[in-house]
Design a protein around this ligand. Sequence first.
Ligand SMILES: [Zn+2]
Length: 164
Amino acid sequence: MAEIQQLLAGNAGYAAARANVADPRPSLQLAVVTCMDARIDTFAVLGLHLGEAHVIRNAGGRVTEDVLRSLALSTHVLGVTTVVVMQHTKCGLAGVTDEELQTITGSDMRFLPIADHEAALREDVEIVRSTPYLQKVDKIAGFVFDVETGEVAMPVRWERDADS
Ligand SMILES: [Zn+2]
């Protein structure tokens, strides 16, 4: 349990120094979907501060049913209109197949591996764009974060005004 105790000790310092944000609505009306990868400090990467954005994370930063569940609430309850899907270089889901991941994990679920970031981002941006209950979203971008340089590229973008 030493690992867990370390978290509680870390919290003591945090609680003492913390800035309070009263409004649960992200002030930039922004939700970022990204990978769970430990090398991504989402707020630092994008110059964000506490209270400005929702961050929804999973393996790969893919738009799954559960991401859509969160985005439904982000948009309808908490005012989000911009969605960024941020995948990254050296991702564990890149360059592998569902079959390999199913063998490693012993699970038969779909892992949504990434053969090509631009193609995967186009797919995920399209899911957000075309989901009927996410019509409040008017800007979507697909980012790739380079874990070595720290730089972000934007291979995919969509804006409701320009496209519909
Ligand atoms: Zn990843």
